[in-house]
Design a protein around this ligand. Structure first.
Ligand SMILES: Nc1ncnc2c1ncn2[C@@H]1O[C@H](COP(=O)(O)OP(=O)(O)OP(=O)(O)O)[C@@H](O)[C@H]1O
Ligand SMILES: [Mg+2]
Length: 495
């Protein structure tokens, strides 16, 4: 039985006349409410209102009820037990005191008279003056049972249409779990796209569903699916971090569980800008062969996808449903920090901490931070992340590797460059700055119609100052903070 529906029933049984149901799935929720109405009222008094069609009882529209005030009047005037389901009312309550007043009247009048008002909307914002009168219920996404039923209906109709179903019980289950986290409409669409025109329904079609799901997640705007194929070879130095990641390659396997290992939770990389924090996050995904999703905290806070806490919670739920996967939260301090004055960020922090503690899905968090001093202590406590890595400026040997990686990547012949010397004179340069120098040099060479020469690089080095020089104080601070709080990502110390 659907848990959200049970919560609604409990509300009604407790005599609560107004319930706000928060969901993106109008049609699905309405389906449930219609049935509930018949069970509860034993009559056909199911009224629905939306701003285009006004109020109607079943299929029969009531005249002159498009204006919400009129529709609420009609509800107030109704003398029998009834369900009133209002779809577009919630946002209007924000700027109409008259409507708020009418809803309060409904509350007083409906109480005890078996009339019930349901406010259906995708967000849970309500004027403060109504919050006490209204129960707010977040309607869960379809559960396994519901999705299983949907999938079986699909299989039946495909069979009727002459398709051959070749799926073992285990494979069927994976088709159902593949759409968990989607709305019923989205799941339907994903199945349709995967099965359309297929004479044979077989296990490999699940790829299509995974693809569809990734597309839907992109639509949310907050999670971005990454397909970069960066490997260990693209990252110079940072041997300890690499070693840590390599040892956990099979961390999500059954063998690891049987061996008695807990699932890894995640790492936090912090340190000097441009030294490979983001790069490392991308590499984990390739190395562990898991999909990578980046959560953009700025977009979470932008409000374009809804209230920040809702969007954040929904995104973590979505992640649970695409597991196993890597969740990359770049510059986590910009979203999950200790701004006590800002209630939505403290709620997000609370939610995140609980989720980190309790989620059972195989989601590995790769978080990065530049200003770790902004992060709340609870987040850094032992047991939250498996490890906190400090990525410092590259050492001389690491700079050599970085030169080789970026010169080679752009088709240069390593034999043309004295790499130890280049590394020697780029003390205090970050990996990103070294890469930028190579790119600028190549533009010079390209403009002259020749290959890149070592001299091009020397000219640029001579005329630019690395960030570390201008930010010396800040870097000292980061280093001293990291000294006994984080593990160094590199074992080398010879700058
Ligand atoms: N160790 C490295 N090896 C190879 N390339 C590197 C290394 N460090 C940085 N780079 C290059 O610099 C680019 C920028 O690095 P990255 O985005 O990982 O830095 P970051 O630590 O996340 O910096 P920021 O704090 O500015 O976000 C990388 O995409 C890569 O091309
Ligand atoms: Mg970065």
């Amino acid at each position: 039985m659907n848990a959200s529906l049970n919560r609604i029933k409990d509300s009604l049984l407790a005599g609560q006349p107004i319930v706000q149901i928060v969901s993106f799935e109008e049609k699905r929720v309405e389906g449930f409410l219609k049935k509930l109405g018949q069970q509860t009222l034993k009559n056909q008094n199911y009224f629905a209102w939306d701003s285009r069609n006004g109020l109607s009882r079943g299929e029969v529209p009531l005249p002159d009820s498009v204006l919400p005030g009129r529709a609420l009047d009609a509800a107030l005037a109704c003398a029998e037990p009834a369900f009133f389901v209002f779809k577009d009312l919630t946002p209007r309550l924000r700027d109409s005191l008259d409507l708020v007043r009418q809803v309060r009247e409904c509350y007083l009048q409906f109480k005890g008279s078996r009339k019930f008002l349901f406010l259906l909307s995708p967000d849970d914002s309500l004027p403060a003056s109504l919050k006490k009168e209204v129960d707010i219920i977040h309607f869960d996404l379809p559960d396994y049972e519901e999705l299983d039923a949907l999938f079986n209906r699909f299989l039946e109709s495909l069979t009727r249409a002459g398709a051959q179903v070749q799926l073992a019980a285990e494979e069927k289950r994976s088709f159902v779990t593949a759409v968990q986290g989607l709305t019923l409409d989205e799941a339907t669409k994903a199945y349709m796209k995967a099965f359309q025109g297929q004479p044979r329904i077989h296990a490999a079609l699940i790829e299509k569903i995974h693809y569809e799901k990734k597309q839907l997640i992109l639509k949310e705007n907050v999670l971005e699916f990454f397909t970069h194929a960066l490997t260990m070879e693209d990252m110079g130095g940072l041997d300890r971090l690499k070693d840590w990641l390599l040892k956990r390659r099979k961390a999500f396997s059954k063998e690891a569980r049987e061996f008695g290992l807990d699932k890894p939770k995640g790492i936090l990389t912090m340190g000097v800008t441009g030294c490979g924090k983001s790069l490392a996050s991308k590499i984990i995904a390739t190395l562990w062969n898991l999909p990578l999703f980046r959560m953009d905290m700025n977009l979470v806070y932008s409000g374009i996808a809804g209230p920040p806490e809702d969007v954040f919670a929904r995104s973590l739920k979505t992640m649970d449903s695409v597991a196993p996967a890597i969740l990359w939260i770049d510059e986590i301090e910009s979203g999950i920090s200790d701004k006590t004055s800002d209630s939505s960020s403290s709620r997000i922090l609370g939610y995140f901490l609980t989720w980190m503690q309790e989620h059972t899905s195989e989601i590995f968090i790769a978080a990065t931070a530049n200003r770790i001093d902004l992060l709340p202590a609870e987040l850094l406590r032992r047991g939250r992340f498996d490890q906190i890595f400090f990525i410092d400026l590259p050492t001389r040997r690491e700079r050599e590797e970085i030169f080789r990686i970026h010169l080679r990547k752009r088709g240069n012949d390593l034999g043309d460059f004295n790499i130890p010397q280049l590394a020697q004179i780029t003390k205090n340069w970050s990996g990103s700055e070294i890469e930028q120098v190579i790119i600028s040099g190549m533009y010079e060479a390209f403009a002259d119609g020749r290959k890149l020469k070592e001299d091009d690089l020397f000219v640029i080095f001579g005329s630019s100052v690395p960030l570390a020089t201008t930010m010396e104080e800040q870097i000292k601070k980061v280093r001293s903070w990291a000294h006994n709080r984080a593990a160094r990502a590199s074992s080398d110390k010879e700058y």
